[in-house]
Design a protein around this ligand. Structure first.
Ligand SMILES: Cc1cc2nc3c(=O)[nH]c(=O)nc-3n(C[C@H](O)[C@H](O)[C@H](O)COP(=O)(O)OP(=O)(O)OC[C@H]3O[C@@H](n4cnc5c(N)ncnc54)[C@H](O)[C@@H]3O)c2cc1C
Length: 268
């Protein structure tokens, strides 16, 4: 992995820089946005970027411009300047980013935050993702030197199209239209029954992360959880993304977004 166990951070260059969009592909309801970022370092798995469209980013007549929005890096091949992001259109910022076309400008700050660290000695990596939360697991799968087991949960078959973005996943859908009918946590239970010497790497909606955290606590299994929180700046200035942990309050953008499951009382 590109970051060490002690400091899972690659430092961002100072300031915001322009990247050129090189592609946008649909995977069911998700858009994978590609851009060329020749001026930035290669990110570590689990780090994120603050993204802004170069044009039409709010600020129309009687509108205020949007703040940048936070996105995990989906993929960043070594030896290339390409970055990929996986977007779900949930509001005005993600909608505008989903519209971007090749040749348009994307403004970015990053890579930011602390990502995943390598699994502990003797434990296999179980990668667990829910919905658009699968994004940081693709780059993690790429960066892990050993083969990992990938368990992905989606609400239905259309969203399960996102599972194509990782290699050899086991899939669960709420409606049973693809893979196991039920929750991704059912698949974790099956994997742990077969071999409990695992470390969980998870990203997804808060109820899924809370289930993974509780499971890690009950079974004394280590887990690394990539959390989300509203972020206005991404580099520690605004305190908008503060989360409560057993060690007190942390700014998720600086101390996370990946935190050890054992540091968390409950994921909300
Ligand atoms: C570290 C990090 C990594 C992220 N990675 C991705 C990613 O890879 N792909 C992706 O599609 N999205 C990701 N997100 C979420 C993304 O930042 C939000 O969906 C986006 O900011 C929404 O902007 P909007 O203008 O489209 O919608 P808004 O109108 O701003 O929000 C739409 C709805 O989503 C809620 N919301 C917005 N941001 C968050 C948040 N951070 N946590 C919980 N709820 C939120 C709002 O309360 C509202 O209900 C990530 C967020 C963080 C903090």
């Amino acid at each position: 992995m590109s970051a060490t166990r002690a400091d899972p951070r690659v430092r961002a260059p100072f300031g915001r820089r322009a990247a050129t969009v090189t592609g946008a592909e649909r995977h069911g309801p998700y858009v994978v946005l590609r851009c060329a970022d020749p001026a930035g370092p290669r990110p570590a798995a689990g780090q994120f970027y603050m993204l802004t469209a170069g044009t039409r980013w709010g600020g129309g007549q009687d509108e205020r411009p949007f703040l940048p929005r936070a996105f995990s890096v989906l993929r960043a091949a070594v030896g290339s300047d390409e970055l990929q992001f996986m977007l779900e259109d949930v509001g005005p910022g993600t909608r505008r980013l989903c519209e971007l076309e090749p040749g348009e400008e994307l403004l970015l700050v990053g890579p930011l935050g602390r990502g995943f660290v390598a699994p502990r000695e003797g434990r296999r990596a179980l990668l667990v993702g829910g919905g658009v939360g699968i994004a940081p697991l693709a780059i993690l799968q790429d960066q892990l030197p050993q083969t990992s087991t990938v368990l992905l949960g989606f609400r239905d078959g259309a969203h399960a199209a996102g599972s194509q973005l990782l290699a050899d996943p086991r899939v669960a859908t709420d409606d049973g239209s693809v893979g196991h009918r039920g929750l991704v946590t059912d698949l974790i239970e099956q994997e742990l029954a077969a071999d409990p010497h695992a470390e969980l790497f998870a990203c997804g909606p808060p109820p899924m992360l809370e289930a993974v955290r509780a499971l890690c606590a009950d079974r004394a299994i280590p887990g690394q959880l990539a959390l989300e929180s509203g972020m206005a700046c991404g580099y520690g200035a605004c305190f908008g993304c503060v989360v409560a942990t057993r060690d007190g309050y942390l700014r998720l953008c600086l101390d996370g977004p990946v935190l050890e499951a054992a540091r968390l009382g409950r994921v909300r």
